[in-house]
Design a binder for this molecule. Structure first.
Ligand SMILES: Cc1cc2nc3c(=O)[nH]c(=O)nc-3n(C[C@H](O)[C@H](O)[C@H](O)COP(=O)(O)OP(=O)(O)OC[C@H]3O[C@@H](n4cnc5c(N)ncnc54)[C@H](O)[C@@H]3O)c2cc1C
Length: 416
């Protein structure tokens, strides 16, 4: 029996959202790793395990997750529930690594879900939004442990947009950072390597002086917004203007320190990826190839036409394979994610509404779907248009949780 507590306040990492649940329950019997199946390279974990705790366990077995988001202080149940993604021509969102899960439903029964058992619920529950029940365990398909080499080098927006397919084919985990109010781009390639761990980063500049200086200058720019363009260009010159290489275990390269509290939006727009040898649930498609270029150039033009609208760096652009998970932003289409950011220097909010609105308008125009864990203004009407299987998900949710036990104010906006 798990005891509940009143008076608990929840806040998100960026301190931009919070809530006071009626009751807070925290199970105390934690049996962290149940079973590693070394033959199938699968691991079954409790949904609440932090990925930071999972990595060393997988290291011991010579295994790894094939892809990760930017941070590992997140849980297995949480990252799949909100559709967390990274980048990579061969890779889907993190939930595509799930081969089975168990769900404690509102009526107290436990449902085992996989491709072969309760397949329809499985198709919904991998991006579950927390509304289908309590995910108890998650079985993840792992790969043999691997090292990555990260190579970062400067380029321009025009060059990257003109040669997207070529960049995508050159690197397994390609992404790029655009520095708004400039043409500057930092290209990041991450690829398998057998080289030993090494780093050419200038840790002093990059991670000490650079970050303290950036936060201070961003704070100054809250009084002088015209400084933001200069800050973006200065930091590109300071931190991103040369070639850098890092080699390490995959989870150490995928994740990095996100130092500052921030507001973010991250929509997925259609972007067919070049074919590679990888089993894909989707037929090859061509439409949408130009949408990444169209969206970024429109965002750039908007900033140029409205000098009072400021945008912090970077706009991070990542690519993900399509899947068949009902509420995945990549449902039935390969996608390009475009993450915009406004920092909160020393916790101070920076005006962002004009930037946010212009970005959302562009994203909707090019057929985008918002990331479930990041800011957006969409309601059920929007999701019905965006997601061909939205009604199917709703029917499954209503069947599993007919009284709405797992709903909250956010989810009511999504479903009602
Ligand atoms: C610094 C930072 C960097 C980030 N980088 C990325 C990135 O690179 N890519 C990306 O896509 N996202 C990124 N995110 C977003 C992040 O991946 C999501 O917010 C993710 O959901 C966080 O996991 P969590 O364990 O904190 O989940 P929570 O926020 O706790 O949960 C997410 C959802 O899942 C539900 N849930 C959690 N556990 C269970 C369970 N056991 N049963 C039922 N429901 C459950 C919750 O109710 C909620 O609806 C980042 C976030 C931060 C703060």
């Amino acid at each position: 029996m798990v005891h509940g507590y009143k008076g608990v306040k929840f806040q998100n990492w960026a301190r931009t959202y919070g809530c006071c649940p009626e009751m807070y329950f925290q199970p105390t019997s934690v049996e962290e790793i149940r079973e590693v199946d070394t033959e199938k390279k699968q691991v079954t974990v409790e949904a609440g395990i932090l990925l930071t705790d999972l990595h060393p366990q997988l290291d011991k077995h010579g295994l790894a997750l094939s892809n990760l988001g930017a941070v590992s202080d997140v849980t297995a149940g949480g990252v799949i529930g909100s559709g967390t993604h990274n980048t990579g021509i061969k890779h889907g969102i993190l939930a595509t690594q799930v081969v089975a899960l168990t769900l404690l439903m509102a009526d107290g029964t436990i449902l085992e879900c996989s491709e072969s058992s309760n397949a329809e619920v499985f198709q919904a529950a991998r991006v579950h939004l927390g509304c289908l029940g309590v995910v108890l365990t998650v079985t993840l398909q792992c790969v043999p442990q691997f090292h990555l080499q990260e190579t970062t080098f400067p380029s321009t927006l025009k060059e990257v947009l003109d040669n997207l397919d070529s960049h995508l084919k050159k690197s397994e985990y390609f992404r790029f950072l655009w520095f708004p109010h400039s043409e500057n781009v930092s290209v990041i390639y991450q690829d398998h390597t057998i080289k030993p761990p090494s780093s050419s980063a200038n840790w002093f500049w990059d991670y000490a002086i650079g970050f303290y200086l950036l936060e201070f200058l961003l704070w100054i720019s809250t009084f002088l917004p015209g400084l933001v363009g200069w800050i973006n260009r200065f930091f590109f010159w300071l931190l991103f203007n040369g070639k850098k290489e890092n080699c390490n275990l995959s989870h150490k390269i995928f994740t990095y320190e996100c130092r500052f509290k921030q507001h973010v939006q991250d929509w997925a727009i259609p972007r067919p990826l070049p074919q590679v040898w990888v089993p894909s649930p989707l037929p090859p498609r061509a439409e949408g190839r130009e949408k990444t270029k169209e969206a970024l150039l429109e965002l750039k033009a908007m900033l140029e036409a409205n000098p009072k609208v400021v945008a912090h760096y970077p706009v991070e652009v990542r690519f993900t394979r399509g899947d068949d998970i009902l509420l995945s932003p990549c449902f039935q289409r390969d996608s390009c994610y475009m993450n915009i950011i406004m920092y909160r220097p020393y916790g101070k909010d920076v005006p962002r509404l004009d930037y946010w609105l212009a970005y959302e308008t562009i994203m909707k125009k090019v057929g985008g779907r918002p990331h479930w864990a990041k800011a957006h203004n969409c309601t059920r009407k929007d999701f019905e248009k965006m997601y061909p299987a939205f009604q199917r998900f709703c029917a499954i949710r209503e069947k599993l949780d007919p009284t709405g036990m797992f709903l909250n104010a956010y989810l009511e906006k999504v479903f009602y």
